[in-house]
Design a protein around this ligand. Structure first.
Ligand SMILES: Cc1cc2nc3c(=O)[nH]c(=O)nc-3n(C[C@H](O)[C@H](O)[C@H](O)COP(=O)(O)O)c2cc1C
Length: 327
């Protein structure tokens, strides 16, 4: 059940991708997601040197024999990213899947990856960008609704509207992302025409997720109203958890602060410290409205299996409810 072109192309058991999460998607966490039957996604931007990235890829390979992916960021970054260095490692190590997120993936990069047999994915926030990624030659597209945690772009489209439009417009398989945190969201995404989902925030509340326990506790207590979009003034809108750091960024933006003032709060170094030390107001954390649906920390495998089982159960219920009826 739930076998789709996504499970086929990615070689995974369930049509679920564990979205890459900056500072969080360590090799151990990525491998745990892949071992659970989903697709773990390493965040290449976490590694400043080719050697460190190489080591991370080898570590994932030592922890799982299941498929996993590497995300290449095309977002504007303070530290210039040379994706070519990561691609060398990807090809050398035979990484099976590469995801790009941000701007349109460069065609030459895609062509090289595809020639080496790598499955390519692109994550974007509009049908127009999804079509452009399809034209550029990607195998799969994730469309990301603005209720999700991370870089949601400036359009503010919801998953409920974006996914069916993308599924209608595209020939390649579509994955849905944004606000999916349980089996109901997973099944709804499939009903909308997606052939898989990409989830991020739900995976923060797993035993294997390498963030401080105090932060996990705070996220258990967070509600669906506890997120806000920030960084719009930098044209890099991010849905974040409503903590003191995110509120400070919002205030600075309202006051017309410049990039450096904003970064003094929103910098990745602050986020990393918060994740490691548990100072829950110390940095900005990407976070979905789906956080309101999350109540407990579980092993990754239970979260993934639980989503699929809940979806099956709903189908059984509806199948039972309509059996033998014609209206
Ligand atoms: C803490 C966190 C960090 C993230 N970091 C990245 C990132 O570095 N690059 C990226 O493409 N997406 C990133 N995302 C987005 C996820 O990969 C995924 O698309 C998103 O979380 C799906 O929406 P959801 O949070 O509603 O499940 C991040 C999300 C979270 C929650």
């Amino acid at each position: 059940m739930f076998q789709t072109r996504v499970t086929q192309l990615l070689g995974i058991e369930y049509p679920i991708v564990g979205g890459c999460m900056m500072h969080i998607s360590t090799p151990e966490f990525v491998a745990a997601i892949s071992n659970a039957g989903a697709l773990g996604m390493l965040a290449s931007a976490m590694y400043e040197t080719q050697e460190e990235f190489w080591e991370a890829v080898r570590r994932v390979k030592s922890l799982t024999d299941k498929p996993f992916g590497v995300n290449l960021s095309l977002f504007p970054a303070l530290r210039p990213i040379d994706n070519e260095l990561y691609v060398e490692v990807i090809l050398e190590e035979g990484v099976p899947v590469v995801e790009t997120s941000g701007h349109r993936p460069p065609e030459d990069l895609l062509a090289r990856l595809k020639a080496a047999g790598v499955v390519t994915m692109h994550k974007c926030v509009s049908v127009r960008h999804a079509l452009s990624a399809q034209r550029a030659g990607v195998d799969l597209v994730t469309v990301f609704g603005s209720e999700g945690g991370g870089h949601i772009g400036e359009l503010g489209l919801s998953t409920l509207v974006l996914v069916p439009l993308a599924a209608d417009a595209l020939e390649i398989p579509v994955l849905a992302a944004g606000g999916i945190a349980d089996g109901r969201g997973f099944l709804a995404a499939l009903a909308l025409g997606a052939e898989g989902v990409t989830i991020g925030t739900r995976l923060l509340l797993t035993e294997e997720c390498p963030i401080h326990p105090d932060l996990k506790q705070a996220l258990i207590e967070a509600r669906e109203t506890d997120t806000l979009p920030i960084l719009g003034t930098l044209h890099n809108t991010l849905r974040a958890w409503r903590n003191e750091a995110a509120l400070k960024v919002a205030e600075l933006e309202q006051q017309g602060a410049d990039l450096w003032e904003i970064l003094s709060v929103a910098a990745g170094t602050n986020t990393r410290r918060m994740l490691e030390e548990g100072d829950v107001n110390g940095g900005v954390l990407a976070c979905s409205q789906g956080v309101g649906l999350m109540r407990e920390v579980k092993p990754v495998a239970e979260v993934i299996r639980g989503m699929v089982e809940e979806a099956r159960e709903i189908l059984r219920r509806w199948g039972g409810a309509t059996n033998g009826r014609t209206n």
